[in-house]
Design a protein around this ligand. Sequence first.
Ligand code: XMP
Length: 425
Amino acid sequence: MKKTPETIVLLNFGCADIQKIARAIRNRRYYTMVMPRNVPLERLREENPSGLIICADKQAQDFPDDRQRFAASGIPLLQLTAEPADGYAANVEQAIAFCRDDCHCQGLWDLDKFLDEAVADVRAQVGDQQVVLGLSGGVDSSVVAAILNKAIGKQLTCVFVNHGLLRKNEPELVQEVFGRNFQINLRYVDATDRFLDKLKGVKDPEIKRKIIGKEFIDVFAEEAAKLNAPFLGQGTIYPDILESIPFDGSKDGVIKSHHNVGGLPENLKFQLVEPLERLFKDEVRAVGRKLGLPSEILDRHPFPGPSLGVRHVGAIERDTLNILREADAIVTEELLKSGWYHKTWQTFAIFVPVKTVGMKNGKRTYDYVIAIRSINTVDAVTAQVVHLPWELIDTMTRRIISEVDGVNRVVYDTTPKPPGTIEWE
Ligand code: XMP
């Protein structure tokens, strides 16, 4: 269904920055969509676009037939071809002038209106039926929970699975925000024993990930089955959809159905409710703010699904996991206190299952190593090590060694990506 009165479609002719350009134009209140260069005109016309912008990294006039199709469509067309070295800012200004002067758009994209529409859409889709949502406490699922709560209140049940690998105070935060503040029906499932028993003695990182992933699906599916809800909420956002389409599109250029339901069993057939599927990440955060979600949820660092499991090298034992959890809490606390939390993409502790010799209170110790890793990145594909102030690293080190039993040495990971990955496992 056509929602926005003005849509500008960016056609991807091989442009690395296309999402950034789309986002930057939206920021100036012109609603943008991205489509592959071979999208059929009928599909394009469903969006009733006010203008088309061809985006390519090279000046070369590749794909002349597709260019010709769009030029002949009668829809205003701008051809941005830019060398990547030029960056994308100049392109954005050109695109804005095109939207305003050639397409006569007024700039009507507005997140308040989006929110009203999203709420109305959810109500229309769901009627008086029940929706279940897997709530991780991450940004996307949290904002979906807040939208669904506004739209359908008690018809929503959120399932929050504690797999035992969460950071310190994370279960409490989620229960506080969603259970007590928002008064959402929240099923808190403490599956710690189930996960840690399965992980016992497993050292291989890939096997650990598989166990965590499979067990997670099993626990969630069991809970969801008890609720007997026909609808499943999903935190799919626009980049998830775009990243599932190669720039040539699928064979016929039609957006393939995507799903990040991630292996729920066949017998659990849900209809998906995906109220964020048109939004970029910063728009998701802005909507979350409008709905009253706290900064602790909206502005947190990205955190991997397998959680502390990929930051605990080797076999996970309860006591060593606890060492990691305590060390990680100190790193985060000092980062927040110093103002560096929001200047880094991810900063965290890693448990290294190596014992070294040290001294504590005049006595010889033989204890574990904690590593600290701090990186900045734009897209998590490459990453640079953050030069945290030495005083901050020093404070973290002293606190970890004095407050966390079982650790007598802290090291700083100075490896960029590549060759290192961001997580250690
Ligand atoms: P790597 O370690 O591959 O991480 O350099 C790149 C980014 O992805 C995050 N990451 C994950 N996120 N599930 C997730 O949701 C995962 O299994 C996973 N593994 C890594 C990582 O934190 C970093 O931001």
